[in-house]
Design a protein around this ligand. Structure first.
Ligand code: HEM
Length: 447
C-alpha cells in the first residue's frame, strides 16, 4: 500500500530518496523491491546479461488496444534485437545526415514561439512534444512523412498516457475495463490514450514500409530487415505499429520533459541564459555545438536535477539470487535504482543539490571524475538507454536555437507549486504544462 500511495501522489522517488540517509544505501521499498544506491553494487548487478527488467513497471507502459505490446520488454532476449536498431540509427554520423531535417523542424518550432513577439506565454511542454515527435520520427522512420497531419493531438494524448501509467501501477486491472466505458469522459479519454498512440503509428506504418536506400537506416528499416546475426523478428502489422509507438514514446517524452524543466530553470536564472548566449556567440551555426562546455553543463545539470526516468532501472534477480553490499537478495526480488539519488546522496560532490547550477560541472577539482560517474540518467549496464546519443544531440540543438533567439521569462501563471516535480511515467510538472514568455532578443534589447 505504501508504494501505491507514493506513486499515486507522484512522489515515490523523492520519498524513497529521503529514506536512504536514515536506513542506509539499500532500502526495501516494497515487499519484493529493494532500492540500491551504491554505484558499484548497481554496476555489478546491472552489468549481467541475463537479467530481465521488472515486469509490472513495464506492463504499465503498454500501448495498443488492451494488448500486451509495450514500450520495452522485460525479457532481455525480446529487448536485445529491438535495442540494436536504435543504437545504429542514433550514431552521430547518422544524426548528422538528418541534421538539416532537425533544423527544419526547429524552424517551425521557433516560429511558433516568436508568433507572440514575447507578449503572450507559450506552453513549452506542448511545443517540445511536437518538436521531439517530429525529430524522432525522422530517426525512427525517415524524413519522407508529413507527420503534421497526424500529430496535432499528440501532446495531449501523451500527457494523458503518462498519468495512465500511474493509474496502471496503482489501480487493479479490472477497473480499466469499467473506466473505458464508464460515465467520466475524462477517464475514458485517459484510459484510451494508449490506444490512440498505437493508432497514430499504425496509420503511418504503410508509408514507413517504403525505405529509401540512399539514406541512413532508420529504426523501422533495421527492425524489419533480416539481422546479420540471429533470426529476424516476424512482425505482424499490429506488432510493428505498437513497437513504433513505444519507440516514439521512449524517444520523445524523456527529451521533452528534461528540456521543459531546463527552460523553466533558465527563466528563473537569466544569468545562466546570458552565459550560454555568450558561449554560443563563439561558434558559427550548429556544427560545433558538441564543443561548448557550458551548453554541456546546462544539459548535464538538467538531467541530474530532474532525471526524466524516475526509477532509472529495475531488474529481477535471477536463479541463485545475488549478493549486494553484503546482503543476499533471493531470486524473484526486484533490485531498483534511481539516478536522482546517486547525486542527491552525495552532498560532498553535489552541494545544494536542489538548486539548478550548471557551473558545478565546470569544476575541475578532485571530485570531477566521480561527479561524472554518478550522473546516470540513461541507466546503468546492459539495458542502458540505446537512444542517449540522439537525446543529447537534440537537446544541444534545441537549447542553442532558443537561447540564440529569445530571452526566456517566467509567465505569471507559472508558479513553483505548478512546476513541482510529479512522477507520471517520469518527472513532469504537476499540471503537465510550463508556460513561459519567449521575448525575441532584438525586441528585448530595445525594451
Ligand atoms: C533525455 C532523454 C532520455 C533519457 C533520460 C532516457 C533514459 C532511459 C532509461 C533510464 C531507460 C531504461 C534503462 C534501464 O532499464 O536500465 C531507457 C530505455 C530506453 N530508451 Fe531512453 N532515454 C532518453 C531518450 C531516448 C531516445 C531519444 C530514444 C530513442 C531514439 C530512447 C530509446 C529507449 C529505448 C528503446 C529503451 C528501452 C531499452 C531496452 O528495452 O533495453 N531513449 N531510456
Amino acid at each position: 500500500m505504501w508504494i501505491r500511495w507514493q506513486r499515486w501522489h507522484g512522489k515515490l522517488s523523492f520519498t524513497a530518496d529521503a529514506l536512504l540517509p536514515k536506513y542506509g544505501q539499500m532500502v526495501r521499498i516494497a515487499p519484493n523491491m529493494v532500492l540500491v544506491n551504491d554505484p558499484d553494487a548497481v554496476a555489478a548487478a546491472f552489468v549481467k546479461q541475463n537479467l530481465n527488467t521488472a515486469p509490472k513497471a513495464i506492463r504499465a507502459l503498454r500501448v495498443g488496444h488492451e494488448r500486451d505490446w509495450t514500450v520495452t520488454y522485460p525479457e532481455m532476449d525480446m529487448a536485445k534485437p529491438r535495442r540494436h536498431p536504435v543504437m545504429v540509427a542514433c550514431t552521430t554520423k547518422n544524426l548528422k545526415y538528418w541534421h538539416r531535417h532537425f533544423e527544419d523542424n526547429q524552424e517551425v518550432f521557433l516560429n511558433t514561439l516568436s508568433s507572440s513577439s514575447g507578449r503572450k506565454s507559450h506552453d513549452i511542454v506542448h511545443a517540445l512534444r511536437l518538436l521531439t515527435l517530429a525529430n524522432s520520427q525522422v530517426v525512427l522512420a525517415g524524413a519522407g512523412l508529413d507527420i503534421g497531419k497526424y500529430h496535432a493531438e499528440f501532446p495531449e494524448i501523451v500527457g494523458q498516457y503518462n498519468f495512465l501509467v500511474v493509474w496502471r501501477l496503482v489501480l487493479p486491472d479490472w477497473i480499466f475495463k469499467w473506466l473505458r466505458w464508464g460515465p467520466s469522459k475524462y477517464a475514458r479519454y485517459r484510459v484510451r490514450s494508449s490506444d490512440y498512440l498505437y493508432d497514430v503509428k499504425a496509420s503511418l506504418i504503410d508509408e514507413e514500409a517504403k525505405p529509401n536506400d540512399e539514406e541512413p537506416p532508420t529504426v523501422y528499416k533495421l527492425l524489419t530487415q533480416a539481422p546479420s546475426k540471429g533470426p529476424p523478428i516476424e512482425w505482424t502489422h499490429e506488432e510493428i505499429s505498437a513497437e513504433m509507438a513505444g519507440q516514439v514514446l521512449a524517444a520523445t517524452e524523456t527529451t521533452s520533459s528534461t528540456l521543459s524543466f531546463i527552460f523553466y530553470e533558465f527563466a528563473k536564472h537569466p544569468e545562466v541564459q546570458e552565459k550560454l548566449y555568450q558561449e554560443l556567440q563563439t561558434i558559427d551555426g550548429n556544427g560545433q555545438l558538441d564543443s561548448l562546455v557550458y551548453l554541456d553543463a546546462a544539459i548535464k545539470e538538467g538531467l541530474r536535477f530532474r532525471p526524466p526516468v524516475a526509477l532509472t532501472g529495475s531488474r529481477v534477480v535471477g536463479d541463485g539470487g545475488i549478493v549486494l553490499m553484503g546482503h543476499y537478495i533471493p531470486p524473484g526480488m526486484i533490485v531498483t535504482t534511481q539516478a536522482l539519488s546517486f547525486t542527491r546522496q552525495r552532498p560532498d560532490l553535489f552541494p545544494d543539490s536542489d538548486t539548478y547550477y550548471p557551473d558545478r560541472w565546470l569544476l575541475r577539482d578532485e571530485g570531477f571524475e566521480e561527479r561524472r560517474r554518478l550522473l546516470v540518467p540513461f541507466g546503468v549496464g546492459t539495458r542502458r538507454c540505446p537512444g542517449g546519443n540522439m537525446a543529447i544531440y537534440q537537446m544541444r540543438l534545441i537549447i542553442a536555437g532558443i537561447v540564440r533567439s529569445f530571452k526566456i521569462e517566467l509567465a505569471p501563471e507559472t508558479t513553483p507549486d505548478k512546476m513541482a516535480p510529479f512522477e507520471a511515467n517520469g518527472f513532469r510538472s504537476k499540471y503537465d504544462r510550463c508556460d513561459l514568455m519567449f521575448v525575441p532578443r532584438e525586441k528585448h534589447e530595445t525594451k
